[in-house]
Structures are given as C-alpha cells and as structure tokens.
Write a protein that binds this ligand. Structure first.
Ligand code: ADP
Ligand code: 5GP
Length: 194
C-alpha cells in the first residue's frame, strides 16, 4: 500500500491503544510509527528514539519556542508530550502511512488539521474499573500516577465525538481484528480512489 495517510489511535491511558498500535505495525501496511517527544522517564525497556524521544523539560520548552511541534500537550501536570513536525515529515518523505498513539486532545487536533487524510480511532475500555485493573497489572506506573490517569479518564471520554469511530477493547483478539479491518478499509478506500 502506498503512503501519505494518517491513522490516529487515542484513548485514556490503559485502554489498550499501544497494544493495538503494535499489532498494526506488525502487519504489512506500510506504516511508520510517529515517535513522540516526552519529558517523562523511560519505563521498562523503552529506548530513546524507539518508543519516544525522551527530553528534559528545558529541551522540550526550547522546541516549543522554536515552533518545532505539530501539536503538544501537558498531558499530566509537569509531563509534556508532543508530535514533532520533523517526525511527520520524516515518515511522509519515505512514502509511508503514519500511525499515531497519542492522547485524545492531540489526536482530535491532528484529525481536525488533516481531515479526510486521517482516520481517528478512539479506543474505549469496557469500564473505568477495568482501566484501573489494566494499569495496575501493567505494573509500569507508580500508584499515584495510576490515580492521576484514572482521574483524567472520564474527562477524556468526552472527546469521543471528535473521532471517526470508537472501538471497545474488551476482548483483545476481537479489538485487534476490528482495528485491522477498519484500518485496511480506510487505506484501501484511498488506494481505489487513485
Ligand atoms: P495504553 O497504550 O492505552 O495506555 P496498553 O496497550 O499499554 O494501553 O494496555 C494497558 C494494559 O492492558 C497492558 O498491560 C495490556 O497488555 C493490557 N490489555 C490491553 N488490552 C487488553 C484487553 N482487551 N484485555 C485485558 N488486558 C488488556
Ligand atoms: P504514556 O506515558 O502512557 O506513554 O502516554 C501517556 C499519554 O500521552 C497517552 O495518552 C499517549 O497516547 C499520550 N501521548 C503520547 N505521545 C503524544 C503526543 O505526541 N502528543 C500528545 N498530545 N499525546 C501523546
């Protein structure tokens, strides 16, 4: 499949978007992953330049001042995340499609900016209790951080209407299949319109 399309996955933390995005990257859909910049610390085996570009707050703010971000958000207090314009250019230049794993505000902003060139998918967990369970069993975040993320989830749900579609990630295999089908359909629509 040729490139130039954007597919955005957004959700409250713990809903499963990273799991779904990794699955899509394993298929042969000509996707490049948009590596975001963040000021949070790497967790687990995360590497700079692979999952994220890990920056200090000063480095991040310097890039804001130099207008280097397509979008950025202080997703959690003191914790900045953003999509670098250079990252999007890098992937488009090699004629790939771009896959975003990004918060609901950033996701809806990119959708607004790119319109029909982008498919924006909201991943929903079956309940807030299930979100909490997943974040706890993921064991990557401090209980205080999990509390902060859960507190934010309800507000994040109010962004659903700005997305093209919702996938409820209850049974993982079903959600992966649905994501796969919807993305292939979106990319295929553009292939056949050429
Ligand atoms: P996000 O990127 O949205 O924060 P993750 O993809 O990291 O979420 O998923 C959070 C945790 O929940 C991970 O440990 C993941 O393995 C698990 N998980 C994802 N989808 C499901 C599911 N459908 N049922 C149970 N656990 C899931
Ligand atoms: P995490 O710390 O779990 O990797 O990500 C926390 C939240 O920040 C998630 O909702 C994730 O999708 C979001 N995020 C990651 N990259 C970006 C980005 O470039 N911009 C915005 N706005 N949010 C991002």
């Amino acid at each position: 499949m040729s490139g130039g399309r954007l597919v955005i996955f957004s959700a409250p933390s713990g809903a499963g978007k990273t799991t779904i995005v990794k699955h899509l990257l394993s298929l042969n859909l000509n996707f490049g992953f948009s590596i975001s910049a963040t000021t949070r610390n790497p967790r687990g085996l995360e590497q700079d330049g692979k999952e994220y570009y890990f920056l200090s707050v000063d480095e991040f703010k310097a890039k804001i001042n130099q207008d280097e971000f397509l979008e950025w958000e202080e997703v959690y207090p003191g914790c900045f995340y953003g999509t670098l314009k250079s990252e999007v250019e890098r992937i488009l230049k090699i004629n790939q499609n771009i896959l975003f794993d990004i918060d609901v505000v950033g996701g809806s902003n990119i959708k607004k900016y790119y319109g029909d060139q982008a498919l924006a998918v909201f991943i929903q967990a079956p309940s807030i209790a299930e979100l909490q369970k997943r974040l706890t069993s993921r064991s990557t975040d401090h209980p205080e951080v999990i509390k902060e993320r859960i507190a934010k989830a309800e507000h994040e749900m109010s962004y659903i209407g700005l997305f093209d579609m919702v996938i409820v990630n209850d049974i993982l295999e079903e959600a992966l299949l649905e994501a796969e089908e919807k993305v292939i359909q979106f990319l295929g629509t553009f292939e056949s319109a050429k």
